[in-house]
Write a protein that binds this ligand. Structure first.
Ligand code: CP3
Length: 651
């Protein structure tokens, strides 16, 4: 034993206690992790119970033999084998195999390929990683083998429970779907190891938890709740490094309020163990809620291609349907948060914006505390004013103070063309570090002010009530006005493109004060510039265009060309959507002041907005304007939970 010690000590996982909830393949996981030196505790959480008298399976076999099935999708290796075992009781194996040969066989992953091979079958189509139902649909849509889905009969070997999103996606493509449930999930007969693991998690005996399928966490929570310790369990579980084998498992975690800290580059147990060991030092160093926690965690987390693209938020931006409505909040990071105030106590606001580690920390805190579906990089729309040559300060109680004297065309012409990559490099570094630190499934939003709103800060020298200086300049010197907006447009476009290159998955343009203008003035003095900005930045990532007070001319505002239109609280969401146009996605629109109201009222209003959205693809839940300082934190969290619960779509 002692001879092993020196080598073990070099291994990053040496002696680290890890709990895993895998069941059937628990031994494989155990060996893979023990090879890295870990001390593994197996807590099987799921058993598969095959349907013995499986009428659906028999009816599938009859259709198959009669040549009525065109495509068979094999979701799991074990399911394929169970299915054959059940069918062989009633049908001759050779005939089944011959009939399967005449169909287009689709294998979701390497294990279904293997199970087919054992039958002497080769799938016509295999699905690329991460092997979720989304990749199956994408492959079928690409139609590489000339498979036309319209009016085809597709049989799906199901496992555990039906995947409604997948079935709906198939039906939308005009297929007839034959479901073949093969086994159902149940808690294991012997729950003792799982109960013991839950007690140990609460006692803080593990450092890492490994989840290898989406159902596991639900079973764990079920048992914790039956033991009467669900709350303690949730609190302690969040303190662990949560390792997920792949995107479906991470989504399952996210659905019940946990965020995976780590996901391997391939959804395999071996890769998981190896990469977990490689990144263990950093992952384990990160202890919430210290300042560097989120930052260190991340340098680790990988962003497997495609995963963030399948996030609820980006799907909604693209107007694709989602199983529930995504939610994030403007100003989700800010003074209403205790954690923000604590950090802000150590830095001035601008120091904070310029320190990439702290930017990352503040951005991630909001995501983790609230469980929102998108992060927004922590910064401010006004930071661009500094490299434009103007003084910028944030004065307690007064808000931003800008020293600028814009008098006519000549002062506009003096504004330098700066390079955002160099002059605002701290923003790009913040984005890069945050992107690397953030859960790979959560999109990161970059942002800027819109030309009009930025011009108003320059001309007013800060926030304003009546915007007298802005409007006076606009009405009295049109030439200088357009030159100023043009200049800001060019600089902002470069700035946003740099943010996209740095890793922003979407961008939002804040035209917070556009609503102080009427429709005609907006069209004449602002729209051409916003349109030009949108033209320059569009097509790379989704673009959200937000304004307040814009409801009287939301149609015109929408015509500027963004993908997603922000709707403030002055208009109901459905009216706003109609005015923005059915081709647009929309974001909004709970009144931020409602977050000061009792929770029943918040719930009622969330329901109202969701009813107005009516499950239509393309709604991102948000406030009508940012979270206000002083908002009770528990109400903000409550809002996010409400949206998640109340918007689940059952089809
Ligand atoms: O979580 C997030 O939304 C990310 C960060 C973010 C901030 N400002 C942080 C911030 C974002 C996206 C903004 C955008 C912003 N900044 C807008 C557009 C959105 C809107 O609310 O209309 C505007 C108009 C600004 C300009 C600005 N910055 C003002 C008027 C103020 C002072 C008043 C206020 O709300 O605090 C700021 C400062 C600011 N920006 C703070 C924060 C967290 C507070 C600074 C502090 O800590 O004292």
């Amino acid at each position: 034993m002692t001879s092993l010690k020196p080598t073990l000590e070099k291994q990053p996982l040496a002696g680290i206690p890890i709990v895993g909830f895998e069941s059937r393949q628990s031994d494989i996981l155990k060996q893979a992790l023990e090879r890295q030196g870990a001390v593994f505790f197996a807590a099987p959480s799921v058993q598969e119970i095959p349907f013995e008298q499986n009428t659906e399976a028999f009816s599938f076999a009859e259709k198959l033999m009669a040549g009525k099935i065109n495509i068979v999708i094999l979701m799991t290796g074990v399911g394929t084998r169970y299915l054959m075992q059940v069918l062989e009781k009633k049908f001759e194996k050779n005939l089944l195999v011959e009939a399967l040969k005449k169909t287009t066989l689709v294998a979701r992953g390497p294990k279904s390929v293997q199970a087919l091979r054992e039958l002497g079958l080769v799938p016509a189509m295999t699905i690329p990683e991460p092997n979720t139902w989304r990749e199956i649909i994408a492959e079928l849509d690409q139609n590489p083998r000339g498979v036309d889905l319209e009016s085809q009969t597709v049989a799906v070997q199901e496992y555990g429970e039906s995947n409604l999103d997948f079935l709906t996606a198939l039906k939308k493509r005009g297929c007839r779907v034959v479901q073949i449930p093969v086994y159902r999930w149940a808690l294991p007969d012997n729950r003792e190891p799982l109960e013991s693991a839950i007690r140990k998690i609460i006692a803080g005996e593990f450092k890492i938890a490994v989840l290898t399928s989406a159902i596991q966490i639900r079973h764990v929570l079920k048992v914790a709740s039956e033991m009467g310790v669900e709350r303690e369990f949730k609190t302690k579980f969040k303190e662990l490094v949560i390792a997920s084998v792949g995107p479906t498992t991470s989504e399952g975690l996210q659905e019940v309020g946990f965020v995976a800290d780590f996901q391997p580059t391939h959804p395999k147990m071996g890769t998981l163990a190896k990469e977990l060991a490689e990144q263990a030092a950093v992952l384990l160093n990160a202890q919430r809620p210290t300042l560097n926690a989120g930052v260190q965690r991340s340098a680790l987390s990988v962003k497997p291609l495609g995963q963030v693209q399948n996030s609820l938020f980006l799907k909604a931006c693209r107007k694709e349907s989602t199983p529930r409505t995504p939610v994030w909040l403007m100003r989700q990071a800010g003074r209403y948060q205790k954690s923000y105030r604590a950090i802000r106590g150590k830095f001035s606001f601008l120091e904070l914006c310029k320190n990439k580690e702290v930017v990352t920390q503040v951005t991630l805190n909001a995501v983790e505390e609230l469980g929102v579906d998108a992060a927004i990089i922590f910064s401010d729309i006004l930071v661009v004013l500094e490299p434009m040559g103007f003084g910028l300060d944030y004065v307690a109680g007064d808000g931003p103070v800008i020293s600028a004297e814009i008098k006519g065309l000549s002062s506009v012409q003096k504004i330098p063309n700066f390079d955002p990559e160099a002059e605002l490099s701290y923003v790009m570094e913040g984005i890069r570090l945050t992107r690397a630190s953030l859960n790979a499934a959560i999109p990161l939003i970059g942002f800027s002010g819109a030309p009009f709103t930025l011009a108003s800060y320059l001309l007013e020298g800060g926030s304003s009530k009546n915007f007298i200086r802005t409007k006076t300049f606009m009405f009295s010197d049109e030439k200088a006005w357009h030159a100023l907006l043009e200049k800001i447009t060019q600089l902002t476009a470069k700035y946003l493109l740099a943010q996209i290159r740095a890793g922003a998955d979407a961008i939002q343009i804040f035209d917070s004060w556009a609503g102080i203008l009427n429709a005609l003035d907006y069209s004449k003095y602002v729209l051409p510039h916003s349109r030009e900005l949108l033209r320059q930045v569009s097509g790379k990532v989704p673009v959200i265009h937000f304004g307040t007070g814009t409801s009287p001319f939301l149609d015109i505002f929408s015509s500027a060309g963004a993908d997603v239109i922000g709707i403030d609280s002055h208009m109901s969401l459905d009216e706003g959507w109609e005015k923005a146009g059915a081709s647009k996605a929309v974001q909004g629109n709970l009144d931020p002041v409602l977050l000061f109201a009792p929770q029943e009222k918040i719930r009622e209003e969330v329901k109202k907005i969701l009813e107005q959205a009516d499950g239509r693809p393309g709604h991102i839940f948000n406030l009508g304007h940012g979270v206000l300082p002083g908002t009770p934190e528990e109400n903000v969290k409550y809002l996010v939970d409400c949206v998640k619960k109340l918007s689940v779509r059952v089809e």
